[in-house]
Design a protein around this ligand. Structure first.
Ligand SMILES: C[S@@+](CC[C@H](N)C(=O)[O-])C[C@H]1O[C@@H](n2cnc3c(N)ncnc32)[C@H](O)[C@@H]1O
Ligand SMILES: [Zn+2]
Length: 195
């Protein structure tokens, strides 16, 4: 949605069905899709599964395939500008961090972004003024919320992330469109310079 807001025509790929996805959707393996069809696009954004890198999953000793390195190889082969998004602790190269507080959202939700075009973070740094609601109890008006695990108040999370169409399962995997709109604007500038 953020790339659409920045001005792109968007096509999404996921190996699972995404019936609420608001743009053209293809159910496929993302890396195979990029290898076959990458040339049809101006740029590619990838959000490979992040569970392997998060503390909670490390503690649970769950093993997930490390898709970041494979994703980078697949994207570089296309020679297109790209963005790879992931969580703190993931092996991204020279990433910038974006925070919901930099965009007036009701979540902090730090996410890392590696870009091939040297995107820069906002010059206004993140500020964690509002307290975060404790998991499992209703979120109070002045609080920010953690959209993770079995969080409560889906409606509040939709507002806080500015993603009104998603379910609980989708929201906890998602990044706010404000993040990708911000990156999309820099991506357009990079494409215009290259043209
Ligand atoms: C972190 S979520 C992406 C969320 C998305 N960026 C958003 O903001 O809504 C990761 C997604 O990768 C998908 N996935 C995992 N392996 C995949 C693969 N090999 N090909 C395509 N999709 C894959 C999962 O089904 C999951 O929906
Ligand atoms: Zn922050």
């Amino acid at each position: 949605m953020g790339y659409h807001q920045a001005g792109f025509d968007v096509l999404g790929v996921d190996k699972e069905r995404q019936p609420r996805y608001p743009f053209t959707f293809v159910q496929a393996d993302a890396l195979e899709f990029v290898a076959r069809n990458g040339g049809c696009f101006d740029a590619i954004h990838a959000s490979p599964p992040c569970q392997r890198y998060s503390d909670a999953q490390r503690l649970a000793k769950r093993v997930h395939p490390a898709l970041v390195a494979d994703t980078r190889v697949a994207l570089r082969r296309t020679h297109l500008p790209y963005v790879i998004e992931n969580v703190d602790g993931s092996p991204l190269r020279n990433p910038i961090t974006l925070c919901g507080s930099q965009f007036g959202l009701g979540v902090y939700r730090h996410r890392l972004f590696e870009t091939s075009f040297g995107a820069t973070a906002p010059f206004w740094s993140c500020q964690h003024v509002a307290p975060i609601a404790k998991m499992g109890r209703p979120v109070r008006d002045h609080e920010f919320m953690h959209v993770v695990g079995n969080f409560s108040d889906v409606q509040r999370a939709r507002g806080a992330m500015e993603i009104p169409w998603m379910t609980r399962d989708e929201l906890r995997e998602a990044i706010p469109p404000a993040f990708t709109e911000y990156l999309g604007q820099q991506l357009i500038a990079a494409l215009e310079i290259a043209a």
